[in-house]
Design a protein around this ligand. Sequence first.
Ligand SMILES: Nc1nc2c(ncn2[C@@H]2O[C@H](COP(=O)(O)OP(=O)(O)O)[C@@H](O)[C@H]2O)c(=O)[nH]1
Ligand SMILES: [Mg+2]
Ligand SMILES: [Zn+2]
Length: 304
Amino acid sequence: MKGLVMRSTGSWYNVLTENNTVITARMRGKFRLEGIKETNPVAVGDRVVVDAENNEATITEILDRENYMVRQSVKKANQAHVIAANIDQAMIVATLKLPRTSMGFIDRFLVAAESFRIPQVVVFNKKDLLSESELAEQAELIDTYKKIGVTCIETSALNESQQQVRDLLEGKVTLLSGHSGVGKSTLLNKISPEAAQKTSEISDYSEKGTHTTTFAEMFRLNDKTFIIDTPGIKEFGLIDMSREELSDYFPEMRDVRLNCKFGARCLHLNEPKCAVLNAVEKGEIAQSRYASYYSMVMGEDNRK
Ligand SMILES: Nc1nc2c(ncn2[C@@H]2O[C@H](COP(=O)(O)OP(=O)(O)O)[C@@H](O)[C@H]2O)c(=O)[nH]1
Ligand SMILES: [Mg+2]
Ligand SMILES: [Zn+2]
């Protein structure tokens, strides 16, 4: 029987089966997926085959993944912890105020998703708190992100119905992220009070620090629509990414960099005849995006 992994604790899994029931399963034997050094063999979002003949269900096979997102393993520096697999889009909720989400944080999330070829959505929440000039700042940011293919929504979770978000989620598996306090639960509550209730129980639990390894968890909004909540997971990993490779995952740099004098060796820091630096100077690449690139390539915030 086939199933979808909704929750994982590392030793047992909740699997949504074809019969539309959620069962608890364990793993039999050892699994190794090709090409990834990972600490957990089965992740939320994995499609698996379960053997549920007896009372004790077991996962006997993991089907090929379309994609996945990882973070650095807490225990082993060179290993990846797979946060979730088979993700249709990655959504980050951000706020310019109370709390302010840094552009660096948003950009690291976007780069991580881009590196795994996962489409990205930024929801700018708490619009109601912004002054005229802050609204203008936000509009400019949205313009920057839209130009590089990121879907943007500007909203107030308190005051608006969230039809736009609902439409974006429909029929997809969405990984949801964002700092604590930006309004994820409020937003989700407008869309599915039941799912919001469940996610808040989990994040309250993890924020108390009662368990240090945080796992993602998947919630079903309807038969085809799922949200993966990632409480406590702040850093999405850029595992095994070289400094030269980083600008590949900034869509506005990807084509421009082909014209750098030093070609693929250019890090776009201070090299002569660097096409990326030239584009920043001409305003074709946003300053804020270049600043994020710079701090990532210098490794300034890898350990945050
Ligand atoms: N002014 C304003 N407050 C909001 C908005 N969305 C959420 N909040 C408030 O921000 C706080 C944190 O929201 P919550 O949904 O718990 O954030 P989470 O930690 O991301 O789940 C709560 O007090 C919410 O009422 C919004 O659009 N505008
Ligand atoms: Mg919450
Ligand atoms: Zn360059």
